[in-house]
Design a protein around this ligand. Structure first.
Ligand SMILES: Cc1cc2nc3c(=O)[nH]c(=O)nc-3n(C[C@H](O)[C@H](O)[C@H](O)COP(=O)(O)O)c2cc1C
Length: 387
């Protein structure tokens, strides 16, 4: 067996072993049981029933959920067209992204405020992803001029940033903190679960840490939302940063073409799952249009631009469709968040393994053994429903 074939075999067993282990053990997958998206969402809601605002911060979307629902409907509109009598007994899910080979076309979505959902928020998913070789990425979200119109958070005036929760990027930054004559904070006593009324009480009682975190939180929000960034800012950032620069939240083909002109290395076509502009185009439709641009295609082929996408991806077949429409990898979001709510690190790990085993199974039964057999080939491998 050649080395290359050996690698393929290793990759195949990495993701398909989830299924074989279940059947061999004769018991349901642990710790969650099988992962049905609506089901783990319901169970996560039940688990956080004493902190409904925390749950809603993760589950909720902007406005009246038009884009959130459209994101899912877009996945229903596209159907996979299976091929028969193809040898798909060995699948290879590996992809090359930014010049490096990864064992699957899946990355973790960036999510703020994870400590609202589990005492080990941030750390549990990082450990699970690290164990499986799934990348966590740092991105620049360009779709947040202000928080989306989130009626559930407005209704309860739920604003964790105002108490310095989810603002560690500022409070751990020596330069940011020095502006206020403060030293970076890397550990806090906010504890689990975060409760706004507890932090408020501490502030009223003069608790120094609570007061400092509230100050930093408010200043951070002003920094993020109080000014408009431009393409020229990203040219300057790219020069100073020196590393890869990925923009998240692009939806218009002209913006992605502009990103190429400005030397941006990667873009995530995203609606933040419908959390920003309600009524915005579903991310999958935006991706379809973007990937048809000859300029975008050429940049993808030459390795100048890596095209990623998220928003509404729940299953292996969803990943197949996004890749077929031009994404080179996807970002998985709320499914792993709910896995974390229910079972911490092990829950996140299971959701990732489940989703990739589902993709592996889809590739086997649809007769596409390699990602290259369908990536960017939507016209050939998908059918768009017109009803
Ligand atoms: C609780 C929570 C926090 C998030 N925080 C951020 C963030 O700070 N920056 C960002 O670009 N996207 C953020 N997102 C959006 C995700 O990165 C991703 O785009 C979204 O979850 C995709 O939608 P889906 O989870 O419905 O598939 C957040 C999402 C959730 C659920």
């Amino acid at each position: 067996m050649s080395n290359q074939a050996g690698e393929t075999k290793k990759n195949q067993s990495k993701w398909s072993s989830y299924t074989t282990e279940i059947y061999a053990s004769r018991r349901p997958p642990q710790p969650l049981g099988t992962v049905v998206p609506e089901d783990i969402e319901k169970r996560a809601k039940e688990k956080l029933k004493d902190y409904p605002e925390n749950f809603m911060y993760g589950y909720g979307n902007a406005g009246i959920n038009l884009t959130s629902r459209a994101n899912r409907r877009a996945y229903e509109k596209f159907c996979i067209t299976p091929r028969m009598l193809v040898d798909a007994t060995i699948r290879d899910l590996s992809v090359n992204l930014f010049g490096k080979t990864y064992s699957a076309p899946l990355l973790m979505t960036p999510m703020g405020c994870q400590c609202l959902f589990h005492p080990e928020g941030e750390e549990a998913p990082a450990r699970a992803a690290g164990k499986l070789g799934i990348p966590l990425i740092l991105i620049c979200s360009v779709d947040v001029v202000g928080l989306g119109w989130r009626t559930h958070d407005l209704d309860t005036a739920f604003h964790p940033f105002g108490h310095g929760v989810g603002t560690q990027i500022a409070s751990s930054d020596p330069v940011f903190m020095a502006r206020y004559g403060l030293k970076p904070i890397t550990k806090t006593n906010i504890g689990w679960p975060y409760r706004p009324e507890v932090q408020e009480k501490k502030i009223q009682e003069g608790d120094e840490e609570a007061k400092t975190l509230a100050l930093i939180g408010e200043e951070f929000v002003k920094e993020c939302t109080g000014r408009s960034y431009t393409w020229e800012d990203f040219r300057a950032l790219k020069k100073r940063w020196g590393g890869l620069l990925i923009l998240k939240g692009l939806q218009h083909v002209a913006d992605v073409e502009k990103a190429i002109d400005y030397g941006i290395d990667g873009v995530v076509v995203s609606t933040q799952g419908g959390r920003q502009v309600d009524g915005a185009v579903p991310a999958l439709y935006a991706l379809e249009r973007i990937a048809k641009s000859p300029k975008v295609r050429a940049a993808q082929q030459s390795g100048k631009l890596t095209l990623l996408c998220d928003s509404g991806i729940r299953t292996g077949p969803d990943i197949f469709k996004a890749l077929a429409l031009g994404a080179q990898a996807i970002l998985l979001g709320r499914p792993w968040l709910y896995g974390m709510v229910l079972a911490g690190e092990a829950g996140v790990e299971q959701v990732i393994r489940h989703t990739l085993a589902d993709l592996d199974n889809t590739m086997a039964n649809a007769g596409y053994p390699n990602i290259a057999d369908f990536q960017g080939k939507g016209e050939e491998v998908l059918t768009k429903l017109d009803f």
